[in-house]
Write a protein that binds this ligand. Structure first.
Ligand SMILES: [Fe+2]
Length: 200
């Protein structure tokens, strides 16, 4: 399996079972890592004689597994907290969305829109503008080109079906109860420095 990056005891989350978290981490995240490594291995063997359609297919899979790996790492790393928003990101969300409750309503609605299917909801910092935006995507490859993920919610069914069946709203409640806002703040502060560097 992929090396564990869980920063919390998987049995300690509120309303998300150890079985769900460990299965998700080992099989879905671990699978993305293993597949990414295999695709990179295949790409390292590409020559001028490799048919272009073979390279195109490998590049497509590479993007999918790389994004899946990175989004899963961000997802697991923003779990394990108490769900209480605080710090600079709390104030910034209020400024950007009128209120932090208004932002949460939008984020939750975006997640509900992916219920029963697959995708990601991401609160991102746009590195070109420095603005906050909420992204809903139906696939690993539909990422914001210049967006730094601050808060990531996995909406693939494998992330909740074991515990909640089709009760998507209960999964979203459980996600918010376990968010590590100190990690979101850490990403936000690093992202703001990156925005300054980009525009320096
Ligand atoms: Fe996942």
């Amino acid at each position: 399996m992929a090396e564990s990056l869980l920063r919390f005891n998987p049995a300690s989350l509120h309303g998300l079972s150890e079985r769900l978290i460990t299965s998700h981490h080992e099989h879905n995240y671990g699978g993305a890592v293993r597949n990414l490594n295999r695709v990179e291995q295949e790409l390292s063997g590409v020559t001028a004689e490799t048919p272009p359609f073979v390279v195109a297919a490998l590049r497509e899979r590479e993007l999918m597994f790389r994004n899946s790996t990175q989004l899963h790492e961000a997802y697991f790393a923003n779990l394990g907290g108490d769900g209480h928003r605080s710090g600079a990101i709390d104030a910034a969300l209020g400024d950007a969305y009128g209120s932090t409750a208004g932002w949460e309503t939008q984020f939750r609605a975006s997640a509900m829109g992916l219920g029963g299917g697959s995708g990601w909801v991401v609160l991102a910092l746009e590195l070109d503008t420095g603005g906050l935006c909420t992204i809903g995507s139906g696939h690993h490859t539909q990422a914001l080109a210049a967006g730094l993920p601050l808060l990531v919610l996995d909406m693939y069914e494998h992330s909740y079906h074991l515990d909640f069946g089709a009760a998507v709203a209960r999964y979203i409640d459980a996600f918010f109860a376990n968010v590590r806002w100190d990690e979101v703040n850490r990403r936000f502060e690093r992202g703001q420095r990156a925005v300054t560097a980009v525009h320096g």
